[in-house]
Every structure is written in C-alpha cells, then in structure tokens.
Design a protein around this ligand. Structure first.
Ligand SMILES: C=CC1=C(C)c2cc3[nH]c(cc4nc(cc5[nH]c(cc1n2)c(C)c5CCC(=O)O)C(CCC(=O)O)=C4C)c(C)c3C=C
Ligand SMILES: [Fe+2]
Ligand SMILES: [Fe+2]
Length: 319
C-alpha cells in the first residue's frame, strides 16, 4: 500500500481579526517585530513602533480595513480559507489546511494539529509566488521555531510555474474580454526596501520573471505593459518605479484606460482592494482616466488547479 501523500499547508501573511484599531495594532505589533520585515536594532525600533507607529497607524489602517471587510472577515482570511477548501476538493486523498504567518491560525498550532492527527509529513506552500526573505524566508523561520515532529518540504517560489502563469494570464484575458482590449496593463507588485534587493533578495528579479512570463502568455508587446511596486512602508528607499508614479506618468501621457493586476498576491487583501482598487483608481480618475482592477486569483478553480498540480509535483518521490 503506497504511503498517503503529505498534508498540504497553504501559508499566507495573516490579517487582523477585526477592522478595529485594537485588532490592527495587535496584528501590526506581531508583524512589525519580525526581524525579516524590519531589521533595525530593537532599542531603536521598539520605541518608534510602540509609541509612534502602532498608536498612529492602528486607527488609520483600521479605517482602511473597514472599507473592504467582508461578511466572513478580512478578505485575505476569507479567500485563503476558501482557496484551501478548493484545493482540498481537488485532492481528497490528502489533508489540505491553511495557516497564517502572523495571527491565526498560526503555523505552530496548525503543525501541532496535524501531528495530533498522526500526520508525519507535510508540504508547505507559502502563498507568495515570488520568493522574498521577508515573506517566504519568514515562513521558514516560523516552521523552524515550531519545532520538528513532522517532516516538512517547502515550495519556496512559483513565479514562473507554467500552470500558475497560465491561470493568471487566463484571468487577465477574461477580464479584458469583458472590459474591452487595447488598454495598458500594469503589473503592480508589493514593494520592498531597495537595501534588501542590494543585499541579494531575489524578489525583484522574480517579479520581473513573473510579469514577463504572463505578458508572453498574453502575447503583449513591450510597450503594452509595465511593472511597478506598491505599498511603500517607512522612509527608506523602496523598489522603483512606484505604482503611484507610473500611473501618474501614464495619465500625464494621455493614457486614459489602464488595467492593473497584482500577481504577487495570491488572494485579494488590503493592499489590492483598498490601495489599488479604491485609492489608486480614484487618483487615476481625478487625472481623467479609468483604472480597472483585475482581481487576484483567489479561490478560482484555475488557481486551485494550479496549486494542486504544483503541490503534487513537489511531493516526495515515494508519496
Ligand atoms: C506579497 C508579498 C509581500 C511582501 C514582499 C511584503 C513586504 C513587506 N510588507 C511590509 C509592510 C506591511 N505590509 C502590510 C500588508 C500586507 N503585506 C502583504 C504582502 C507582502 N508584504 C499582504 C498580503 C498584506 C495585506 C494584509 C491584509 O491584512 O490584507 C502592512 C499592513 C497594512 C499597513 O499597515 O499598511 C504593512 C505594515 C514591509 C515593511 C515589507 C518588507 C520589508
Ligand atoms: Fe517591541
Ligand atoms: Fe506587506
């Protein structure tokens, strides 16, 4: 009898439990204490974080979450859970669960639950197509901290996975078929401090690889698409060009219709729904244009198919 396939753990970033200042502060406190995310020495960072960032940002960001909150909770949590269920439906022979790097369900509690069920092996799929030390690397830290007891294998990057690329390309094609073609396509990825890229974080290269692969699948000419980075945090220089500047430049050049897609995000979240689909769309409209946001793959069947195939391929040879 062949060994049953390893469990599959889809790991996402995490999100506040409620759109309230208190819940946002709690979430940000855990997130922004992660040394993968903020590298400043603690005696410098902790006073800034506790006495300035959390008190000021908590209420401001809670208002943003309130604008996008769904009946079942934060979009990131709702879609991550639905995506895990969709992958589970495609792979009834294995346990498919989800975990969050910050907040719950935590990686440690999910691993403990699997161990309690007698599961001995798991494939971990961080829901970040492009590897970064700040995201996938941080998931690896949490797995190591949660301790052994389960044999783990992690899929660290799927930026150019053929199944995932064609799922993203198909969703763009479908959106454009409904909205009309001939529009500029902007690939907007979450940014990073430029310093991390200079220190060797492969993330910007992998974002470029993803954008180029998706543009090729759509047979776009070079002047029909661009790539940019959004969601800047802090005063340091971040990856460029910034999404806001690229959109302002497009508007200034008279481009009045832009489609924006965010292939660095597996599911919709604050950064896509509030920052891009609401704030940046309003800013582009003020400049006379129409920004059409193309939703993330979320729990679409093609997304679940692509991730199930990816996990199957990465399983242990004897599974
Ligand atoms: C998709 C990949 C992501 C990378 C890379 C990333 C790096 C990164 N992020 C921050 C700071 C913040 N990010 C915030 C939200 C957020 N970030 C990602 C993904 C990546 N971050 C997601 C999916 C989300 C949304 C979570 C949700 O609940 O919907 C936030 C919180 C919101 C806010 O306060 O603006 C911060 C802060 C840094 C500093 C960083 C790299 C160093
Ligand atoms: Fe602290
Ligand atoms: Fe982020």
């Amino acid at each position: 009898m062949p060994a049953s396939p390893p469990a599959l753990i889809l790991v996402n970033l995490g999100t506040p439990e409620a759109p309230t200042p208190r819940a946002v502060r709690r979430f940000l406190a855990e997130f922004l204490h992660d040394r993968r995310v903020v590298q400043l020495t603690r005696w410098l960072w902790c006073p800034v974080l506790h006495f300035a960032i959390l008190p000021l940002r908590g209420p401001r960001v809670a208002e943003k979450y309130a604008k996008i909150w769904m009946e079942g909770g934060s979009p990131l949590a709702v879609y991550t859970q639905r995506l895990a269920q969709a992958v589970q439906a495609r792979q009834p022979q294995r346990r498919v669960v989800h975990a969050m790097r910050y907040g719950g369900p935590s990686i440690a509690e999910v691993l403990a639950g699997l161990r309690a069920e007698g599961i001995e092996r798991a494939t971990v799929l961080p829901l970040y197509p492009q590897y970064s030390t700040t995201t996938t690397g941080s998931v690896a830290d949490a797995l190591a901290a949660a301790g052994a007891g389960l044999e783990l294998r992690t899929i660290e990057d799927y930026a150019t996975d053929a199944g995932w690329v064609s799922a993203v390309a198909a969703s763009i094609r479908a959106h454009r078929a409904a909205q009309g073609s001939g529009r500029h396509l902007l690939f907007s990825f979450h940014g990073l401090p430029q310093r991390l890229a200079d220190q060797g974080d492969p993330y910007p290269q992998r974002c470029e690889d993803s954008a180029r692969a998706i543009a090729a699948a759509l047979r776009l000419a070079d002047d029909e698409w661009s790539l940019s980075y959004q969601s800047r945090f802090g005063r340091e220089r971040w990856l460029e060009p910034a999404t806001v500047s690229v959109l302002d430049d497009l508007a200034a050049r008279g481009v009045d219709a832009v489609d924006v897609v965010c292939p660095g995000f597996a599911v919709d979240c604050l950064e896509t729904l509030e920052e891009v689909a609401i704030m940046l769309a309003a800013r582009f409209a003020e400049r006379g244009g129409r920004l059409s946001y193309i939703p993330c793959l979320n729990d679409a069947p093609a997304h679940a198919d692509a991730l199930a195939a990816l996990a199957e391929r990465e399983d242990w040879a004897d599974a």
